[in-house]
Write a protein that binds this ligand. Structure first.
Ligand code: BES
Ligand code: MN
Ligand code: ZN
Length: 500
């Protein structure tokens, strides 16, 4: 689908969407259409429960007095209260209403004074967010369907955003659309099946970012062995697929300014290893590389829109398999930091991958901060479900910034505690630490506490995204499946606080 941004005139043909405020208050475009249709919109208000409340929707087919095919009424409640996310949801819902409806050309005209006036968004940005909402909703992953019938394919060819601020909106949308491309990349990677996407092929997908100006280095097992990454390598030891560590550099900032760093867990399939997971639902573990996919998508977004920042993305890519050569419960491995780990459960593998990836990142890049993303624990799903990701951090300022960015882009976070008293749970009889806690309590916190031992006091935040990387239900701006969580969050963090 093509998205174009043009003037706000009401089109002669196709479909149009207009805003209606609470209490049935018609926007200028809705007023005009109500006249041409001899009161069809007011009739809808009388004849249905649609009253212009935020999120409500009603559609008129073949409206009288015009050659339009449809008029979609979008409830906006009090227009001043519309948030960035509400605007995106509105764009997304309009897309979904028309996508497979037979409509080919649609136009959204919701210019009205005071729309989203409580945000700090400019008029152009407001329309750009409507546009990007539609873009995000239009995602599909259907490359493996060879028998899609024509009637299952989208019909909508062009979606036009009509506004008096078209030039400014186009500029703002160009940047947001690059971010949406990052989100799509993440969704694609998370959706790929694990026989297609494994460490080597995921590393190859990273290399495609060179066309955006990202420098990409791929480390193989021999190099990681030389660096002493025994913790990461132990996880991949049972797989016939070789492990990889990929480093992505975007240098958009000042020459000598320290980079921001993003680190991702990339377990391309997590069987649990010798501590094998149950069969039911194991297929979900193809998206155990969701943290790495978010980092890759964020790097694509940041580079794609030319962010004025130096950023590095580091992803640890492994496959966790049971095998004659696999790591055993009870093995002791030595991490790059020199600390030894008694591996008591081979299914607590994400932290083993991140231990070396985090240590390597702070050691080599001396970053301003590190944010790691990982589908790390089932326990975070028990605690937060799929509304918030878990935030764990040794730094209040970084935490506040992440929380704020998360609210803005509707990729919400909830902060959990770190505390030295949890460390007792990680004591090992024969090594520096064990990779699981002793009891059943606070599983997400002990995992974070483990990671903290590998950050060397650099400002750091760990985002446990196990509950949010994949969605069982569609939202206004994403079909079910890979959500792309993290891309917009990291992009917003950089946009707001770290660009020079
Ligand atoms: N990848 C899983 C966590 C996970 C579970 C993500 C469900 C998404 C959905 C992780 O590697 C894991 O297996 N964690 C264990 C840790 C335990 C063995 C201490 C868990 O959460 O059960
Ligand atoms: Mn696991
Ligand atoms: Zn895992």
């Amino acid at each position: 689908m093509e998205i174009e941004i043009k003037g706000g005139a009401i089109p002669g043909r196709g479909a149009i969407a207009v805003a209606v405020g609470k209490g049935g208050k018609l926007s200028p475009a809705a007023t005009e259409l109500d006249k041409t249709t001899e009161g069809a919109i007011k009739q809808v208000l009388r004849a249905s429960r649609f009253s212009g409340n935020k999120g409500q929707q009603a559609e008129i087919l073949a409206p009288r007095g015009t050659r339009l095919d449809r008029i979609l009424l979008l409830g906006v409640g009090d227009p001043a209260d519309m948030t960035q996310n509400d605007l995106e949801a509105l764009g997304g819902k309009t897309y979904s209403a028309w996508a497979s409806s037979g409509v080919k050309q649609g136009k959204i005209v919701i210019d009205s004074d005071g729309l989203a006036s409580k945000t700090r968004l400019t008029k152009g940005a407001i329309q750009a967010h409507v546009a990007v909402g539609a873009r995000l909703a239009s995602y599909r992953f259907d490359k493996y369907h060879t028998k899609l019938k024509d009637e299952d394919k989208p019909t909508l060819e062009t979606l036009t955003i009509g506004t008096r601020s078209a030039a400014a909106a186009r500029d703002a949308f160009a940047s947001l659309d690059r971010v949406a491309e990052g989100v799509f990349l993440t969704r694609d990677l998370v959706s790929e099946p694990p026989n297609i996407l494994y460490p080597q092929t995921l590393a190859e997908r990273c290399q495609e970012l060179t066309k955006l100006g990202v420098k990409v280095e791929v480390l193989g097992e021999a190099q990681m062995k030389n660096l002493g990454m025994g913790s990461l390598l132990g996880v991949g030891q049972g797989s016939t697929r070789e492990s990889r560590l990929v480093v992505m550099h975007w240098n958009g900032g000042r020459k000598n300014s320290a980079p921001v760093a993003f680190v991702g867990k990339g377990v391309t399939f997590d069987t649990g290893g010798i501590s094998l997971k149950p069969a039911a639902g194991m297929e979900d573990m193809k998206w155990d590389m969701g943290g790495s996919a978010a980092v890759i998508g964020a790097m694509a977004a940041i580079a794609g829109r030319g962010a004025k920042v130096n950023a590095v993305g580091v992803v640890g890519l492994v496959e966790n398999m049971p095998d004659g050569n696999a790591q055993r419960p009870g093995d002791v491995v030595t991490s790059m930091s020199g600390q030894t780990i008694e591996v008591l459960n081979t299914d607590a593998e994400g932290r083993l991958v991140l231990a070396d990836a985090l240590w390597y990142t702070q050691d080599r890049f001396k970053p301003q901060f590190m944010v790691n993303l990982a589908t790390l624990t089932g326990a975070i799903i028990v605690a937060l479900g799929s509304e918030h990701a878990g935030l764990f951090s040794n730094n209040d300022e970084l935490s506040e910034r992440l929380l704020e960015a998360g609210k803005t882009v509707e990729e919400k976070l909830w902060r959990f505690p770190l505390h030295k008293n949890y460390d007792a749970d990680l004591k090992s009889q024969i090594a520096d630490m064990r990779n699981i806690g002793t009891g059943r309590g606070a599983g997400s916190i002990t995992a974070a506490q483990f990671l903290q031992r590998y950050v060397n006091d650099v400002p750091w935040a760990h985002l446990d995204i196990a509950g949010v990387a994949w969605s069982q239900k569609a939202t206004a701006t994403a079909p079910k499946g890979g959500t792309g969580y993290g891309v917009r969050l990291l992009d917003e963090l950089v946009r707001r606080y770290y660009e020079s």
